[in-house]
Design a protein around this ligand. Structure first.
Ligand code: GUN
Length: 281
């Protein structure tokens, strides 16, 4: 049986560490506040936003919630961001994605002050990540690194294959793995012979957005498999991009869905909220 990488346990461990740090900041009179903006009522987004607010409560951060109607204009949203950018009592600003079609996501993400950009989506912070400067780290990729480290899985010198090239996961994931001295390959929908490329991986990180697409034929014996996907199947049960039962028989370690990468994203968001205090120093 492979090692099952328990994201729920590890994320709780991280949140408890942050809770202690938040308490000591409070003693010094510093309170961390996260502003969360949701436009429209996408059900999945509502769940994520609720979980982010709950995590703030758990740690001892305060959260402010802005639930705006679907018809909100880009200008109105930009105005709100501008007010929050200037509000010294707000440390972090998060705009839940996706936004309604009539709002340009790039414009919105660029409008958030880089010092309050807890998602690490602003081009300035993405640039810092690429050149290895300290600062915010993108939540899901940073969560994957923590899962590996806290499970005592060595990264340096390992062949890492990432499936997916999104700005939220694939590309920043490659940067963080490179920082940890892995040899990194990014694959995508146009990759030739994906199966053969994946079979070279010591660490396979799957963020392709296709339910249970990756079975054991993509996995080298003894590889570590990290599943970033999350979907609901026909029976309304959560599943990932990896065919867990088939892959579990072949790999040395694997993340389950749910309870793998998912809870880590929020834990790392909370870490970035604390980081705002340092960024602002
Ligand atoms: N939608 C899906 N994932 C994310 C995320 O990490 N941050 C934000 N803001 N929206 C998302």
């Amino acid at each position: 049986m492979p090692q099952i990488i328990d994201g729920k346990r590890i994320s709780t461990e991280i949140k408890d560490e942050l809770k202690a740090q938040a308490a000591s900041l409070k003693e010094q009179g510093v309170e961390v506040t996260l502003a969360v903006i949701q436009v429209g009522q996408d059900p999945a987004s509502s769940v994520y936003v609720r979980n982010k607010k709950r995590a703030c409560e758990y740690i001892g951060f305060s959260s402010r919630s802005y639930e705006l109607p679907e018809e909100t204009t880009e200008e109105e949203l930009l105005n709100l961001i501008s007010v929050l950018n200037q509000d010294a009592s707000v440390n972090g600003i998060l705009v839940q994605l996706p936004l309604p079609k009539h709002i340009c996501e790039d414009e919105i993400l660029r409008a958030i002050s880089p010092a309050k950009d807890v998602d690490c989506f602003h081009p300035l912070n993405v640039g810092k990540l690429f050149i290895g400067e300290p600062g915010f780290q993108p939540c899901t990729p940073a969560g994957v690194i923590e899962l590996l480290k806290r499970s005592n899985i060595e990264i340096a010198g390992k062949e890492c294959v990432i499936i997916g090239r999104s700005n939220i996961v694939g590309k920043p994931m490659a940067m963080l793995m490179l920082r940890e001295n892995a040899t990194v390959t990014i694959t995508h929908s146009r990759t030739k012979d994906l199966r053969e490329v994946c079979k070279k991986a010591d660490i396979l990180i799957v963020a392709m957005g296709k339910p249970r697409m990756i079975d054991d034929s993509y996995v080298k014996e003894g590889a570590v498999v990290i599943d970033v996907g999350i979907h609901r199947n026909a029976e309304n049960k959560l599943c990932g991009d990896v065919d867990y039962d088939k892959v579990a028989e072949k790999c040395s370690a694997i993340t389950p869905v749910p309870g793998g990468v998912g809870p880590m994203t929020i834990a790392m968001l909370m870490k970035n909220c604390l980081e705002t205090i340092k960024v602002g120093e």
